[in-house]
Design a protein around this ligand. Structure first.
Ligand code: 6PG
Length: 248
């Protein structure tokens, strides 16, 4: 399905759109399936989204029907500042009435292989349509300047071997021990929303959205839900090198 591209003046307005999407998808999913399964991303971009959901939308949600997962996680303890779970807990989860049992973190305190195995079991308990994992109602993803998404890094072959996998990548000149979902899971989602901001991502974003299909170099290109919507929320800086025809 062709991606939907929405360009915003700044991260504030991009995050507001991302929060509106969360509410819309949640209401629809809870109405249709009595649950809302959302996978969060890490990094800096989603922080404002988390704040908005916590401060402006906390009363709009039936949080008892919301189940929070992560698209990837660093292999660090849950209280570590580098943990994607820790970031979301501090900014969002501790501020809303979501039951603890609805928060499904990757157990980053384990070794990567054990953490991946454990998480695959959690996903299995939410499986749909004989997939072995759920069709997420909403997945948020970021994109690194190198074209990675979640913890699917350029040159990595991990995408070929499964749904939830351990990754040891060399990222930003240091080993990154992670657990990540692969495109097998992401592409079964009902909706995937990328958030990308900043001029430093402009060249890569143009390659990902309008360049040759080269997913080994640009893993973000692997994401294209089979029966779902793909939405890119970008700011004007990140959109700066997109071809004119894409910006219409
Ligand atoms: C992570 C994220 C990662 C992130 C990108 C973009 O665990 O760090 O899942 O894939 O989304 O690196 O990060 P920024 O939003 O900080 O640019």
């Amino acid at each position: 399905m062709k991606p939907e591209l929405r360009i915003f003046k700044d991260v504030e307005s991009l995050s507001r759109e991302a929060a509106d999407i969360f509410i819309e998808q949640a209401v629809m999913s809870i109405t249709e399936r009595d649950r809302f399964l959302v996978a969060l991303n890490g990094g800096g971009t989603p922080n404002r989204l988390f704040q908005m959901l916590a401060m402006e939308h906390r009363e709009k949600m039936n949080w008892s029907k919301v189940h929070v997962f992560w698209g990837d996680e660093r292999c660090v303890p849950p209280e570590d500042a580098g943990s994607n779970y820790h970031q979301a807990k501090e900014v969002l989860l501790d501020q809303v009435f979501i039951p603890d049992e609805n928060v499904h973190r990757v157990r980053g305190e384990l070794d990567p292989a054990s953490a991946a195995q454990d998480y695959a079991q959690v996903l299995k308990s939410f499986a749909e349509d004989n997939l072995g994992f759920p069709r997420f109602d909403l997945v948020y993803l970021g994109m690194g300047e190198d074209g990675h998404t979640a913890s699917l890094f350029p040159g990595s072959t991990v995408h070929k071997i499964g749904t939830v996998i351990p990754v040891t990548a060399n990222y930003q000149d240091r080993p990154a021990h992670r657990v990540t979902l692969t495109q097998v899971v992401f592409n079964e989602a009902r909706m995937v929303v990328f958030m990308a901001a900043g001029e430093k991502k402009a060249t890569t974003l143009a390659e990902v959205l309008s360049g040759r299909y080269n997913p080994d170099l640009y893993p973000a290109q692997r994401i294209n839900p089979k029966n779902g919507r793909l939405i890119w929320l970008v700011d004007e800086d990140a959109a700066g090198r997109l071809p004119r025809e894409l910006k219409r």
